[in-house]
Design a protein around this ligand. Structure first.
Ligand SMILES: O=P([O-])([O-])O[C@@H]1[C@@H](O)[C@H](O)[C@@H](O)[C@H](O)[C@@H]1O
Ligand SMILES: [Mg+2]
Length: 246
């Protein structure tokens, strides 16, 4: 698995280098291998070449995604791309130009009543009983709102967020996601009219490392909940959006 991931990462890095300009890469396993995870003002790729590793290992499950965010200066994301290869769906977004799935514009759900909403979440990979207890108490609180739909998770944060952007589910939350899990898809959600926020309802960002002079991108220490931002400025002129995507 690690070789496969490294090949995928090498492939993404080579493609980015061919495109020029970008010198800095942040990837899930490169950080796990000890490389720095520092967001600076340099144009940066944040890449998770296989998001949904568990799905991938259990071959045949849905929503294994190749995922790269170009020039992702959080919060100044420029581009986001999520490819769901088993569904052959390419989700894309460019800042200020809308979000698309295979060229079709995306718009978050218009549902405003949480009791008529479907909420997605994931249970991560931490099986520490204390963490699991916390996860299930959050799940209980959400279910007992009560929400309308059952909780669904695709096994990958990127696809769950694209489901929000597509209006398939109204919100997605997860505690402890990493910057590479959400960089590109947060732009796809916001360009489709949704918002990224933390458990206090504030604008969520990759949590900076206060002690580091440069912004250190640690894992996002919060749930990322998406709901309609009430934005009216989501560009609806498809032609200009598509022009911006070329
Ligand atoms: O590891 P990976 O498949 O790239 O990323 C996955 C995330 O997308 C998901 O949100 C989380 O619940 C999983 O535990 C895993 O971290
Ligand atoms: Mg991931």
């Amino acid at each position: 698995m690690a070789d496969l991931w490294q090949n995928a990462m090498d492939h993404a890095v080579a493609a980015a280098r061919r495109a020029g300009q970008v010198r800095v890469f942040i990837g899930e396993e490169s950080v796990a291998a000890g490389e720095p995870c520092i967001l600076t003002d340099d144009p940066t790729w944040i890449v998770d070449p296989i998001d949904g590793t568990t799905n991938f290992v259990h071959a045949g499950c849905r929503a294994v995604t190749w995922y790269s965010a170009v020039r992702s200066l959080l919060p100044q994301m420029e581009f986001g791309v999520v490819f769901s290869c088993l569904e052959d769906k390419m989700f894309t977004a460019r800042r200020g130009s809308g979000a698309f799935c295979n060229g079709e514009p995306l718009q978050v759900s218009g549902q405003k009543d949480i009791q008529r909403s479907i909420i997605a979440t994931e249970f991560g990979s931490n099986r520490d009983p204390e963490v699991v207890d916390k996860m299930f108490s959050s799940l209980r609180n959400v279910l007992c709102i009560p929400v309308h739909g059952i909780m669904r998770g695709a096994g990958t944060a990127a696809i769950n967020m694209c489901l929000v952007a597509s209006g398939c589910v109204e919100a997605y939350y997860e505690i402890g996601m990493h910057v590479w899990d959400l960089a590109a898809s947060s732009l796809i959600v916001s360009e489709a009219g949704g918002v990224l926020m933390d458990v206090e309802g504030k604008d969520a960002r990759a949590s900076a490392d206060g002690g580091d002079a440069r912004r250190g991108a640690k894992s996002v220490r919060c749930a990322c909940v998406f709901r309609r931002s009430g934005r009216s400025d989501v560009p609806t002129d498809r032609r200009s959006q598509q022009q911006n995507h070329r």
